[in-house]
Write a protein that binds this ligand. Sequence first.
Ligand code: FNR
Length: 366
Amino acid sequence: KNDSLLFSPITTRSVTAHNKIVVAPMCMYSAENGYMNDFHLAHLGALALKGVGSIFIEATAVEARGRVSPHDVGLWEDGQIAAVKKVVEFIKAQGSVPGLQLNHAGRKASMGSPFSGYRLILEHEGGWSQDIVSSSELPMNERHANPRALTVDDMLLVKQKWVDAALRADKAGVEILQIHSAHGYLLHSFLSGNVNNRTDQYGGSLENRLRYPLEVIKAIRDAWPAEKPFWVRISSSDFKNDGAFSKDDHGWDIYQSIEYAKELKKLGVDVIDCSSGGILPDVKYPVGPLWQVPFSETIKKEVGIATGAVGMITKGSEGESILQENKADFVCVARQFLRDSGFALTAARELGVSVKWPNQFERARQ
Ligand code: FNR
């Protein structure tokens, strides 16, 4: 008998995952011109072979200048669809649900990967440091480019890029779309008054700061098939002040995140993935096991929407308690899957739940 919540199925719209473990999106900085390749197939394929419910493909750029690094995955041109489709079909064939996160890196674009030295990549090195866009002209810090503030006309063009990329993800067979509105990238740069200093209808009050992200997300949701689930990742707080629940009225905090999530719910967003931070330099995050779970719990309770909890979840028992205590609907795990691609099977064993192994691996199951 299986009384585990972690290892029971969950259905969102027409898509059922056989468990609630989710691989959170993780940039691998290994694509060429935005094209996925064998690296991505081997990496994500290994996770799919080992019993994960849903797998998100890494932050995928909606336009070339919206890549974090020159080696990000992209869906800004039709040619990129086939490479994504190959990975998506493999994930599906193993019984996992393929998701994909769309992103525009905004003022954090044109950087080197962490393993090649996280620094601004200049034009002659394959970067685009002179074509960086954001809500405002404020740079992230001296290591990043100086952005240009998008005009309202530019914003319409960029919105269309998001929609076109979403349609390509659909063509590739992606079943869950996730919009990245966290970690200091373009949409977050509009939400947060710590970066957005606009004086037009897209800056100032909370209502104004929400406007562009909501317009973009509405357009994407309307274009994304109604039967397919739709997630939005948020930075629940900028952590400008100490503590997760401290106020930052003109910046970005959990209270504004609640209002944002209420609006997202009205647009037909199914799940809020509750991350935090990434927008301000020199912030000390109170990192530790399960440290962001209170954000998920709060959004879930205050908004009445499904949530994903993420951040230093490394054990099956932790995932199980988060669900038993009703603090999230999905348990999202990133780095533990890099340490142990079989984390879902490890967690099942830890919890004493019997799960199906791939036929090819069955003889290794005890
Ligand atoms: C990440 N993270 C991340 N987040 C996101 O929204 N889009 C992305 O593409 C990436 N890329 C990425 C790459 C790598 C190598 C790491 C380690 C992390 C953040 C990630 O999804 C997750 O929120 C954090 O890592 C916290 O979860 P864990 O690692 O503690 O389980």
